[in-house]
Design a protein around this ligand. Structure first.
Ligand code: SF4
Length: 274
């Protein structure tokens, strides 16, 4: 059974220079269209978990309704968010339906976050204090907590392990930043070498840390238009629309690496102590 990532919208209140969410689409779907896609995935019998992503999924006005809908179909619900719009009030309403929340946190240092563009236009960041503000509510509802960190020129010397000490984080995923240069957008100056990345990994041991190497064709991405995307290197072309075709037909054309998908999840289970 698979987990599918629904990128509800491209918009985000942050403007991270490391961001890969550039799928060349400007619109998002209505709540009925997303429910149609969720039904499509559910009826395939191949999908048992939905992850809401973006852009920033908390900006999607009907996120709460979709969370409850997925839950009503007995599928697991997770969200990947920059955390800045998540409040205790919101959690008290929806946390009961959510299995896991992933927070993308690339720095606990405010200045560093701002240098990376990991902030709102008013320089609001989501760092340790902001995380600790909602942490008790996450624990209260037994939500699994994941943190994703993209390692780049501005944070590769930061001490994350110390900041995470004593916190119950179910999975901390660290990834080496992928550089982009498409003419309009260039973040090559933030790139680090493999040696620098390995230094970061060595300097930051943490129980439940995993190092992500490849997600190529082992990751289901549905863009803000409802298309399943092929995530081969430099691609992100559409394999087909989940509004127009059933999941099985689109999946049959997808050059999906099931062994790699399974090995990623086995690795998550085995890589408990890094
Ligand atoms: S918070 Fe996430 S979606 Fe928003 S700009 Fe940063 S990486 Fe992209």
């Amino acid at each position: 059974m698979f987990k599918v990532n629904l990128h509800l919208l491209e918009g985000c209140n942050f403007h991270c220079r490391t961001c890969f969410a550039h799928f060349d689409s400007r619109r998002t779907l209505s709540v009925m269209e997303w429910k149609h896609i969720i039904d499509n995935l559910y009826k395939s019998g191949k999908v048992n978990a939905i992850n809401f992503a973006g852009g920033e999924p908390m900006l999607y006005a009907h996120l709460g309704e979709l969370i409850k809908y997925v839950y009503s179909l007995n599928m697991k619900v997770s969200i990947i968010t920059n955390g800045s719009l998540m409040t205790n009030k919101w959690l008290s309403k929806y946390a009961q339906y959510i299995d896991m929340i992933g927070f993308s946190i690339d720095s606990f240092d405010k200045n560093n976050s701002i240098k990376m563009g990991r902030c709102s236009c008013k320089n609001q960041v989501f760092g340790r204090d902001e995380f600790l503000n909602i942490y008790p509510e996450l624990l209260k509802h037994n939500i699994k907590i994941k943190i994703n960190t993209v390692v780049n020129r501005f944070n590769y010397q930061e001490q994350f392990s110390k900041q995470l000490e004593g916190l119950k984080i179910d999975r901390w995923k660290v990834l080496k930043m992928k550089a982009f240069d498409n003419g309009k957008f260039n973040n090559r100056d933030l790139e680090i070498s493999m040696e620098e990345f390995n230094d970061f990994v060595k300097a930051n041991p943490y129980i439940n840390r995993i190092v992500e190497d490849s997600m190529v064709n082992s990751y289901f991405v549905v863009d803000a238009n409802g298309n399943l995307l092929d995530n081969s290197p430099n691609s992100y072309g559409s394999v087909g629309s989940l509004l127009e075709e059933d999941f099985d037909s689109v999946f049959n054309r997808f050059n999906f690496d099931e062994d790699l998908y399974n090995s990623r999840y086995v690795k998550v289970n085995k890589q408990k102590v890094a």
